[in-house]
Design a protein around this ligand. Structure first.
Ligand code: SAH
Ligand code: SF4
Length: 378
């Protein structure tokens, strides 16, 4: 990243260690300053140079003139009766995306977005119908997590086990492997021990199956991997996920088998959205078992979350149950996701902000059907 300090003040959030060093050298400061700033920004969560008391006053003034330490702007924050919290962020350019926090007994998961919209147009996904698509920057990606921490006052980084925001899933808007460089930069910041310190085993990246990047993901991040599978054969998957024509199941499963750690206890998660009469029969379940044979994995069965205009319906409860039992009986973990944050529309696959306001009627419709499919995934 090239650092410019001429026109606008540069946001230090999202800068890697190397970027910070470069930023300090660009203003004639020693490398030690970068180290101190890193600590203030990523360990203590400071947003105001005035609080950085181990820096001299003249230096603080100099920094304030050239830099900011800013989060994406929170335009709405809502907390569900079940504790799920949702933020609507506004990014540079006015585009918006949502971030969700799902507290559980033994952990708390922040679900973050990697793009505004998504280019992949999966037929069951509302995000894929959004016109406007752009990559989020490292600052905007890690900034969502930092803003979520701000909201819970979880700074400095807790060093004990009682951390509220302990896990991250890249399952919000967008395809993280189509914005991989920025995701890598953001996740490396999130993982650094002397900063936010979320271990790679507590981070899960969900992809629709961008095969060549799965390999890179293993090499460069080695976080947990979740695959949006949603069908056990190419014919079925081609209908709902156009990316399958580019990277068919054989290649996708091969990439999963080669993912680091897939051979030892670190199982890959296959997400499977339950679509009535489409992918939910017992023969689909049997085909699924055949497909993943010998691969250490688990399933996440996601009841389809409908949105206005969708051609699909959610499978019946009993059908989902039968499907799940078939997988359980074969020895796989296959939880059926239950609704979270219904009252605040913290819904999976419904993330289509496009800065459009929901009409009251539409918003009620979504409240009735909204559920949260990404909680407790890992
Ligand atoms: N692009 C990535 C990550 C974001 S989507 C991916 O596709 O994996 C997060 C999850 O929500 C994916 O498993 C996606 O398939 C699922 N999803 C999308 N729309 C949905 C809907 N309407 N109901 C239930 N799950 C949905
Ligand atoms: Fe994009 Fe994922 Fe939605 Fe497909 S399911 S359109 S890849 S966000």
């Amino acid at each position: 990243m090239s650092i410019t300090t001429t026109n606008e003040r540069v946001n230090l959030v999202g800068l890697t260690r190397e970027d910070l060093l470069e930023a300090m050298s660009s203003i004639g400061e020693k490398p030690l300053r970068a180290k101190q700033l890193w600590h203030w920004i990523y360990f203590r969560g400071a947003t105001d140079f005035a609080t950085m008391t181990d820096l001299s006053k003249p230096l603080r003034a100099k920094l304030r003139d050239r830099f900011v330490v800013a989060r994406p702007k929170v335009t709405r924050e809502q907390t569900s009766t079940d504790g799920t919290r949702k933020w609507l962020f506004e990014f540079t350019g006015g585009q918006k995306a949502e971030t969700v926090f799902i507290p559980e007994e033994d952990r708390g998961t922040v679900c973050i977005s990697s793009q505004i919209g998504c280019t992949l147009t999966c037929r069951f996904c509302h995000t894929g119908t959004q016109r406007l698509v752009r990559n989020l920057t490292p600052s905007e990606i890690v900034g969502q997590l930092m803003a979520a921490r701000d909201s819970y006052g979880e700074w400095p980084t807790p060093t004990d086990e009682r951390r509220l925001l302990s896990n991250v899933v890249l399952m919000g808007m967008g395809e993280p492997l189509y914005n991989f460089d920025n995701v890598v930069a953001a996740m490396r910041i999130a993982m650094a021990d002397d900063g936010i310190a979320i271990g790679r085993r507590r981070i899960t990246l969900s992809t629709s199956g961008v095969v060549p990047e799965i390999h890179r993901c293993g090499k460069e991040l080695n976080v947990n991997l979740a695959i949006s599978l949603h069908a056990p054969d190419d014919d079925t998957r081609n209908v709902i996920m156009p990316i399958n024509k580019k990277y068919p199941l054989k290649e996708l499963i091969k990439a999963c088998r080669n993912y680091p750690g897939a051979r030892n206890a670190r199982r890959i998660t296959f997400e499977y959205v339950m679509l009535k009469g489409f992918n939910d029969t017992t023969s689909h379940a049997r085909a699924l078992l055949k497909l993943v044979k010998g691969l250490p994995c688990k399933f996440n069965l996601i009841p389809f979350n409908p949105w206005p205009g969708t051609p699909y319906e959610c499978s019946d409860e009993s059908t989902i149950q039968t499907f799940a039992e078939l997988l359980w009986n074969a020895g796989y973990s296959a939880p059926i996701r239950t609704p979270r944050g219904r009252d605040i529309l913290a819904a999976c696959g419904q993330l289509k902000t496009d800065s459009e306001k929901l009409s009251v009627r539409k918003s009620r419709l979504q409240t009735d059907t909204a559920w949260k499919g990404r909680e407790a995934v890992f």
